[in-house]
Design a protein around this ligand. Structure first.
Ligand code: PHE
Length: 339
């Protein structure tokens, strides 16, 4: 009986020591403690055998129990100390190490174009306003004099919501909101995101940014539009730029024009950016159609105005010589960090 007891105690002590050496967490250590010295532990269970031992063995057995308990307790303490020192080591700060570098982001080239453009127009008296990207048909089409048969209204071109609203296809909707809310004279620009059901390629995306401009006053003419765009272009691109107008059509302007800028790269001599034409197509524009003025409650006999709209991605692409629109939304930091 005594021999059996001593063997078991030795086994328990040895396995506890091995487990404690391998212990990685506080919980591992507690588990060993419970398994051995705990209320239902192996050592505790063995002590019930003590009573059954012959009297002459009791002394040796008691001694063995005490030794086993001390050994296990020492191993538990050692394991705890070892864990604590690991934690300490981890928390130690080496003040001689170089500091951690924070990655600093850069402004997206389209955001930069928006800020630059708005700042330039601000100096010419245009206030920046914004409107909702989720629009109703009236602001995006009806009030802008788009006939019911206009192809841009087609669900193939426009994203409609189930409730009949749509993702605006042009910032021109903001013209309407602004005129409805304010009295002339007014001079605003409105940058923002627009959506169209285009198949994405190097020059088309399902979303892109436009900047709308609107000037309403007494006696406004196309000449004012031209000089405004010339000033803008020269400041935005940092060189003298000519503006050319070609007849065009938009339901909300009459007459309507397509505005070309003299090529930013070659100055008009002809290069691969302007495909040797010397000109870059930039903006749609025109004199605000009197019907639109009536739709917002202005008197076309009293006031006129011009409006223009251009794509901000296109401006940024020309400025930075970027050849694919998709780069703007890929969010590759190697691309974005160049600006
Ligand atoms: N909204 C037109 C477009 O998206 C551009 C434009 C704006 C034309 C203002 C004329 C006046 O193509």
């Amino acid at each position: 009986m005594l021999e059996e007891l001593l063997t078991k105690l030795r086994e328990i002590t040895a396995s506890a020591a091995a487990d404690l050496e391998a212990a990685k967490t506080e919980a591992d250590i507690d588990a060993v403690k419970n398994r051995t010295l705990g209320r239902n532990g192996a050592v505790t269970a063995l002590s019930s055998m003590m009573g059954k031992l012959p009297n002459e063995s009791k002394r040796d057995a008691g001694k063995a129990f005490n030794e086993a308990k001390t050994a296990i307790q020492d191993a538990l303490n050692a394991a705890r100390e070892r864990l604590e020192s690991v934690v300490d080591e981890k928390n130690k700060i080496d003040v001689t190490l170089p500091g951690r570098r924070w990655a600093i982001g850069t402004k997206h080239p389209v955001s930069q174009a928006i800020e630059d453009a708005c700042a330039i127009f601000r100096r010419m008296g245009f206030i920046a306003v914004t409107g909702p990207e989720l629009e109703d048909v009236w602001h995006n089409f009806d009030a802008l004099n788009a006939p019911l048969t206009h192809p841009s209204r087609d669900p193939q071109d426009t994203f409609y919501l189930e409730d009949g609203r749509l993702l605006r296809t042009q910032t021109s909707a903001v013209q309407i909101r602004t005129m409805m809310g304010r009295k002339p004279p007014l001079r605003i620009v409105s940058p923002g995101r627009c959506y169209r059901r285009d198949t994405p390629d190097a020059t088309h995306g399902v979303h892109f940014h436009q900047l709308e401009g609107l000037y309403i006053d007494k006696q406004v003419s196309l000449a004012d539009l031209k000089s405004t765009l010339m000033t803008f272009a020269s400041e935005f691109f940092g060189r003298e730029i000519e503006v050319r107008m070609r007849p065009s059509f938009f339901p909300f302007t009459e007459p309507s024009v397509e505005c070309d800028f003299s090529c930013v790269m070659c100055g008009g001599k002809g290069c691969n950016v302007c495909k040797n034409s010397g000109w870059l197509e930039i903006a749609g524009a025109g004199m605000v159609n009197p019907k639109v003025l009536e739709n917002v409650g202005y008197d076309p006999k009293e006031v006129q105005g011009y409006a223009f709209g251009f794509g901000l991605e296109r401006l940024a692409m020309i400025k930075h010589r970027i050849n694919d629109l998709r780069l703007f939304s890929d969010n590759d930091v190697r691309f974005l960090h160049q600006f």
